[in-house]
Structure formats: structure tokens, C-alpha cells
Design a protein around this ligand. Structure first.
Ligand code: SF4
Length: 489
């Protein structure tokens, strides 16, 4: 049916690794057979490899999922999904065939149970019964949990760290992840979340970002993100990158695209490859490092097409491709899952495992979040197996601080699940704040993971915390709105 499908060629565990807590084995990548899915039984290899076909056949709602999956999956799953969409989902549904095909990759005798248990399904198609009913959201969860809008130097340009910025060049992606940190802005509104909209015209926003970078020589590194840059028409992205490359102070450019995994067909298309080659050549001539950062959370997502797209990017002159996954319960919260993923990336696709972020404190994310203590154990468990340069750091993105390695906390109340963190730089909104480096910043573990005394404490104090979180969210929103008004005026 298709020459993309390989048999499971997993090599047996080498005897010298027997007895190790994790037994490395090299596994060949597999493109799952899409003809097992009723809606795709007649799809050809040419169609599957076509980015136009992939984009046209993305699953955007429960009806479309039912049309594709048919009765492989029981009606109770569709009901569960429908309820989640109505009452909990912070992201609208958008799943390219490439990603949907990696769920239950080998088929199963009880498909519905396997579908429920699948790690990719658990974060790309969350259902109501996945979420916690006791604490669906942490009392301190907020829509813009990293306070990026407050740190916008221009609309969509977050200046949090001293020498680097994040440019949110567009608010859409080819796929929407249930746990998206930028759920406040990215994607379509859901019944639960009315999304924030950019005010300025797209080209004006890009021009404003470039102007800021020209007059801010201390910034040397730009993460070009969104959303996902794969959703920006290539000529517009190329023009933006060309302008960035003309700014003398910019030495590192990183393109953020989960689509390298979710829709590798985009990065394999001729026009995009040719465009990446042109931009990479200019970057090389100017001594600028151009890299791709992708977002893969489970080993089964790394397929031969992902490896092919990655190779195409290296052939086009991209200097490095790195993975920034998100650590989530039920998805990748065990040492074997993390190491299987890292080795699939490294051995199979030459993608460097770089970070695992702890899932952020956004609404309805409690069932995904992992405590700092468990994250520390996982970091300990994965050390020593991978090359040092490809051993990912598990990081906590602490509100108002930024990424901190999970072992870097200064204090930890494990009963209440409150960790305390410090920082060594001022964010863009603290230039005049003499106390910024002395202050301690808090991060909160999921309440259901706490001992009984801690859970009881939150029951008693959640009201106060919730009121405080709401007050801070309102202040944060107001600050972002005022900044936008300032820009408009
Ligand atoms: S690809 Fe990134 S920006 Fe887009 S929905 Fe997923 S996590 Fe959010």
C-alpha cells in the first residue's frame, strides 16, 4: 500500500545493558499505516506527502473526527470529547492527519481503550474525563501564565531576558495542542476562552518588532515564533528573516515550529526548502546561527517523514534542530518515556533533545502538570544515558522569572507544593525596579499530588488564592491593554 511503512525493526536489547534501570535499544522509525483508519483507507502515498492534502484534511471538530475514525472508536469517546470542547478546552481542535495517524500507531484489539490511553491523544485531543474534577485548575492558574503580554516591547515581542526576545509573528499553528502555554492568544476562541486578538495590522507588527530590535543593540537572539512559523506564508516569513539578518546585533535566530513533526510535509515542500536555503546562505555569510526549535512530546511522533524533513532542513543549511518538549502526566512522565523520545529524536532524526518544560499554570491543566519534586526525580533518572550535549534540561518557567532548571529552587514547601525561586536578571518591565533581584517568586505544584495536609490547606485557602490570582490576572490584562493603547497612540 505504501512504501513509507516499515516493519517494527526494533533491535533486541544488548546484553551489556541488561540490569540497567533503562535499557537502551535502537529502534527504527515507523510511519504508521494510515489505511488502518477507515477515512483514509484509499489515501495514496502522493496524497499523504502533499502539504495541501494534509492541510485540507485536518480534523477540526468532533464530526470530522468521527468521519475519519468511524466506529474504530466508541461513541462514548466522542461524547467525552464533545463535553470537553464545551466546558474545558482552552484550545480549539486542529489535528493534521500526520499527527492523528501516530495515535495508536499499530492498531489494537480494544481500539477505544488504546485511544484513551495514548500519549499523543492525551494532549492533542483531551477529553472531559481526562481532567481532574477535584481541582481542574490550580487557584493560581491564569490565561497568560508567563505574563508575556506585560513584557511586550512592541505588540507580540516579548522582552523577558536581557539578550533575547520572543517574536510572536502570528497567532496560529497547523496544529493546536491542548496544553498550549499561549492559549490566551493562539488559535480560535473556544466556549471557555475568548482569545485575545492582536490589534495592529500584521505587517505593522512585524515592522514595529524590527524597529525595536534596530534600536536595542543589547538583544542578540530572536526566537521567531507564534503560533508556529509554518503557518506564515513563506514569502512574508522570508522577508522578515531577511530584515532580521540585516540587523548587526542579531547573532542567533531560532525558528519555532512544531509542524516539523506535526506537518513535516510543509518543510518538505519545494518552495519552503528553496526559501530556507536562501535564508540560511545569507545567515552563514553573516555569521548568524539559524536553528529550528520543534516540540515533540512522545517517541511515536518521530516518524520517517519527520526525519526526512529534518534532513531537508540540514541540507538547506539550518545549523541545528532542537526539541523543546513539554513534560506532562500521562504523556511522558516516566524515565523510559523520556529516554525513548530522546533517543528517537537523536538516533532517528538527528534532532537534539534540548528542554522539557514543565506544563504551565494555565486553566484546566492540573491533570497534565507534574510536581517540581517529580520533575527533579525525572531529571535525575535521565542523566547519564544521553550525550551531555543532548541531555535535555527539565525546566520550570517561573512566572516573572523565566526558565529555571528544576534543581535551582531556593526553598520548597513540599506540603503545600510551593517552590520559591530567584533570578539574576531584570525582565523588560523591571529596569527601574531595585528589588527585582532580591525578590522571591513562587511556583505551585498540582494540588492532587500533595500530601493530605497540603490538600486540606488549599481547600481552606483556595478562595483567597483564587481571588488574588484573579486580581493579578485583571491587573496583567489591564497592563497589556494600556501598553497596546500606548502603541496605538
Ligand atoms: S504548536 Fe506551540 S503555539 Fe501552537 S498550539 Fe502547540 S504549543 Fe501552542
Amino acid at each position: 500500500m505504501t512504501d513509507l511503512i516499515s516493519p517494527d525493526l526494533a533491535v533486541p536489547e544488548p546484553s551489556d545493558l541488561a540490569g540497567q534501570p533503562y535499557a537502551y535499544r535502537r529502534a527504527e522509525l515507523v510511519e504508521p499505516d494510515w489505511s488502518r483508519i477507515p477515512g483514509w483507507k484509499d489515501v495514496t502515498v502522493e496524497e499523504w506527502r502533499s502539504v495541501q492534502w494534509q492541510r485540507a484534511h485536518c480534523v477540526k471538530n468532533v464530526k470530522q473526527l468521527r468521519d475519519v475514525m468511524g466506529d474504530l472508536v466508541d461513541e462514548r469517546f466522542y461524547d467525552d470529547l464533545t463535553r470537553d470542547q464545551a466546558e474545558r478546552a482552552t484550545m480549539s481542535m486542529l489535528l493534521p492527519p500526520q499527527m492523528l495517524n501516530t495515535i495508536v500507531p499499530q492498531g489494537a484489539s480494544d481500539y477505544t481503550e488504546a485511544f484513551y490511553a495514548d500519549p499523543v491523544r492525551r494532549y492533542m485531543l483531551p477529553v472531559f474525563s481526562d481532567r481532574r474534577s477535584d481541582w481542574p485548575s490550580h487557584p493560581h492558574a491564569t490565561r497568560d501564565s508567563l505574563h508575556e503580554h506585560e513584557m511586550w516591547a512592541t505588540e507580540g515581542l516579548t522582552h523577558r531576558y536581557p539578550t533575547k526576545v520572543l517574536a510572536e509573528v502570528l497567532p496560529t499553528c497547523p496544529q493546536y495542542c491542548g496544553h498550549c502555554t499561549r492559549m490566551d492568544l493562539v488559535g480560535n476562541s473556544t466556549p471557555v476562552i475568548d482569545k485575545l486578538k492582536f490589534v495592529a495590522k500584521p505587517q505593522t507588527r512585524l515592522d514595529d518588532m524590527l524597529d525595536y530590535l534596530r534600536r536595542t543593540p543589547g538583544v542578540r537572539d530572536v526566537v521567531v515564533s507564534g503560533g508556529d512559523v509554518a503557518n506564515m506564508p513563506w514569502p512574508r516569513l522570508e522577508a522578515f528573516l531577511g530584515s532580521l539578518l540585516e540587523i548587526e546585533n542579531i547573532r542567533d535566530i531560532r525558528l519555532a515550529t512544531k509542524a516539523l513533526m506535526g506537518m513535516p510535509q510543509h518543510w518538505l515542500s519545494d518552495d519552503v526548502r528553496a526559501g530556507v536555503e536562501r535564508v540560511s546562505r545569507t545567515a552563514r555569510e553573516r555569521g548568524v546561527m539559524m536553528a529550528i526549535h520543534t516540540h515533540v512530546n512522545a517517541a511515536q511522533s518521530v516518524t520517517p517523514l519527520v526525519a526526512e524533513a529534518t534532513k531537508a532542513m540540514f541540507d538547506a543549511g539550518i545549523r541545528d534542530v532542537r526539541n523543546q518538549g513539554v513534560l506532562m502526566r500521562g504523556v511522558n512522565d516516566s524515565v523510559p518515556q523520556l529516554l525513548d523520545l530522546c533517543f528517537a529524536l537523536l538516533d532517528g532524526a538527528t534532532i537534539t533533545p534540548y528542554y522539557f518544560y514543565m506544563c504551565d499554570l494555565i486553566p484546566f491543566s492540573e491533570h497534565w502538570r507534574v510536581s517540581v519534586r517529580d520533575a527533579q526525580h525525572l531529571q535525575h533518572g535521565i542523566l547519564g544515558y544521553l550525550p551531555g550535549f543532548a541531555t535535555p534540561r527539565i525546566v520550570c518557567d517561573v512566572p516573572y522569572v523565566g526558565k529555571r532548571w528544576v534543581h535551582q529552587l531556593s526553598e520548597y514547601d513540599e506540603v503545600r507544593g510551593i517552590s520559591y525561586w530567584k533570578k539574576n536578571y531584570r525582565t523588560g518591565i523591571e529596569q527601574q525596579d531595585p528589588e527585582a533581584l532580591n525578590r522571591t517568586y513562587e511556583y505551585y505544584d498540582p494540588i492532587d499530588t500533595l500530601p493530605a495536609a497540603g490538600r486540606e490547606w488549599w481547600k481552606q485557602h483556595a478562595g483567597t488564592s483564587l481571588a488574588e490570582a484573579e486580581r493579578r490576572a485583571a491587573a496583567s490584562r489591564q497592563a497589556a491593554e494600556s501598553q497596546k493603547l500606548l502603541q496605538i497612540n
